[in-house]
Design a protein around this ligand. Sequence first.
Ligand code: GUN
Length: 287
Amino acid sequence: MENLKTAKIINGKEIAAQVRAELKSEIEELKNKTGTTPGLTVVLVGENPASVVYVRNKIKACEEVGIKSVQHKLPETTTHAELLALIRELNASKDVHGILVQLPLPKQIDEEEILEEISPSKDVDGFHPYNVGRLMIGNPVLQPCTPYGVMRLIESTGVDLSGKDAVVVGRSNIVGKPMAMMLLRRNATVTVCHSKTKDLAERIKKADILVAAIGRAEFIKGEWVKEGAVVIDVGMNRSQDGKLVGDVDFEGASERASFITPVPGGVGPMTIAMLLKNTVEAARRSK
Ligand code: GUN
């Protein structure tokens, strides 16, 4: 007799579709009330294959919900000054509500300086120090898309975060750090773990909420997962046999968690959905 408990799957594809549906009607309303169509400009420098795919998907998603998107494809040899000049032009354009510079940028470009040049009110990635600071003081404006999407997934479970132990594995500026701030804002007790953390397994075993953003295939073992935990897997890795897998051993973790995100179909679809949401928010605020 099988007697294994199985976690409920958090369906990111479905929740992302819900977000897009909400946005469609918000966009309609914005158009009717103000005559404004939200506009997103995506800047791609070079031809990093992953970036090319990401940018294509972002543009496609815009079309689907009624956001006007413009793409700037610049050569790999673009100088820092040239990119800076484009950003300034986009900052000044009334039709551009959101500016997204796809990362990573070529070596000759100072990424930090470019991100700081984007007007905070058009910073739909939420990477500008102003928006980072606003999130840190607990009064966010535009929030980084992936952790913002993770919060929406956690909300969908109905689990109250207040007083819970949340463990974030990974400390990047794009995911780990903002994730910690968002969980803290919901009154979780947050631990941020990283490559130098001692006793990682012991810390993970205490997590009521586990967010994995490490970038190593199935690094987190099922037996590390606390009974009843909510497990969010931000990882997207190729396993040795070529399968797309997360940072968590999904099968093992499913026997212990109460809720878990699959890979693919969990966090992935949320990132672009929240980018669209930020673009609509930026357009609304511009009015
Ligand atoms: N490269 C990888 N992830 C991201 C992201 O969320 N935004 C941008 N602009 N570039 C990325």
